[in-house]
Write a protein that binds this ligand. Structure first.
Ligand code: CO
Length: 134
């Protein structure tokens, strides 16, 4: 059911420093920061030949990233995103298997303008999983 790895998201305490590191030290193509008020994050995409890296930084007061950075002050891998063809079919199949979908279960529009859902990390070996319909 899941397809390609769409991106790996890393929560970072200092977005400018992380961008400079990926651009100047790792030599990657780093995009412009994008505010995503619906998700409480500022996002920077880094294009790699086979996938993307998504740098996440808190935006606003009740960002979902704030608690993560409190627990991981130096930053850390926050989630990974798999592509699916049909997000509602994927959601229903996962729920039938007992997996918890975060929020009300209705897909939100993600950072790429496509529908996304998140799956509870406790159901997936401690890894927060994002599904994106492509
Ligand atoms: Co993501």
């Amino acid at each position: 059911m899941i397809g390609r790895l769409n991106h790996v998201a890393i929560a970072v305490p200092d977005l400018d420093a992380a961008c400079a590191q990926y651009r100047d030290t790792l030599g990657a193509t780093v995009g412009a920061p994008q505010d995503e008020p619906d998700h409480g994050v500022t996002v920077v995409f880094i294009d790699l030949p086979n996938t993307k890296i998504e740098l996440l930084h808190p935006l606003g007061h009740d960002s979902p990233i704030t608690a993560f950075l409190t627990r991981n002050p130096g930053g850390g891998i926050h989630h990974i995103c798999y592509e699916v063809d049909d997000i509602l079919t994927a959601r229903d199949r996962l729920r039938a298997a007992g997996a918890r979908v975060l929020g009300d279960g209705a897909p939100k529009v993600g950072a790429h303008g496509k529908p996304v859902l998140f799956l509870h990390p406790k159901d997936f070996n401690g890894c927060l999983i994002e599904l994106e319909q492509v």
